[in-house]
Design a protein around this ligand. Structure first.
Ligand SMILES: *[C@@H]1O[C@H](CO)[C@@H](O)[C@H](O)[C@H]1NC(C)=O
Length: 221
């Protein structure tokens, strides 16, 4: 066997192999970048483009027990409750929800003051979005300026909706998600609640099976 310097033929083979490797690397580099983008895009693009601080809540259920307007007193009596949920996408980080509050409105009239809800941190990953279930209830009597446009709007809306059989209450929600504040509007649509009969039986709330909320313009509260 020869142990001398490599033959010109084997040198050419080595040069050729090096050229093939360089060409393959040149070809593969864009492919690797392309694959990396393909793998990362589904998690990166929503975070970059779709406002990662912005999970829109939804209503899982709601009950309307009372909504009646006393024209003489110009007072709107109300009693309702709902359950709100914020479910983010399974996140890479734990999203923090603060300053959460919710207030019901009927025919443009706010019913009482907004109720503050407990802050929470969304769990990472997991099923169900790791969000929180937030029950909230409002009950009381809201005075409406007698004879004003608001009182007329409330009386007219209630008469019309009772006749149609469905009462719509809007719940305005505000929440800061990782410090960034957003407003939402949830429309709850209830069958007219049934009052107690003479014997004190038969009262039934109007039940709403739930639905999603929508982004709202700031300044509702
Ligand atoms: C509202 O309705 C609930 C359930 O019927 C009742 O327990 C509560 O006392 C009511 N609140 C007011 C202020 O009437």
């Amino acid at each position: 066997m020869s142990t001398g310097p490599p033959s010109p033929a084997s040198q050419r083979r080595r040069q050729c192999a090096a050229a093939v490797a360089a060409a393959a690397a040149a070809c593969l580099a864009p492919l690797v970048v392309f694959l990396a983008v393909l793998v990362l895009a589904p998690s990166l693009i929503p975070r970059l483009l779709l406002r990662p601080h912005h999970v829109v809540p939804y209503v899982t259920s709601a009950e309307l027990r009372l909504l009646s307007f006393d024209t003489a007193a110009s007072a709107l009596a109300y009693n309702l409750s709902t359950v709100l949920r914020f479910d983010g996408p399974p996140g890479l980080y734990a999203r923090r929800y603060t300053g959460i509050k919710a207030a019901p409105f009927y025919a443009g009239q706010e019913l009482g003051a907004a109720v503050a809800l407990p802050e929470f941190t969304q769990r990472r990953g997991g099923s169900g979005g790791g969000g929180a279930t937030l029950p909230v209830a409002w009950a009381g009597v809201q005075r409406v300026t007698p004879g004003g446009r608001g009182a007329r709007a409330v009386a007219a809306a209630l008469a019309r909706e009772r006749a149609q059989g469905l009462i719509s209450v809007k719940v305005a929600v505000r929440a800061a998600q990782d410090g960034e504040e957003s407003d939402f509007a949830c429309v709850l649509s209830f069958p007219v609640p049934r009052k107690r009969d003479g014997s004190g039986r038969g009262a039934a709330p109007g039940v709403f099976d739930g639905g999603s909320c929508a982004d709202a313009v700031r300044g509702e509260f």
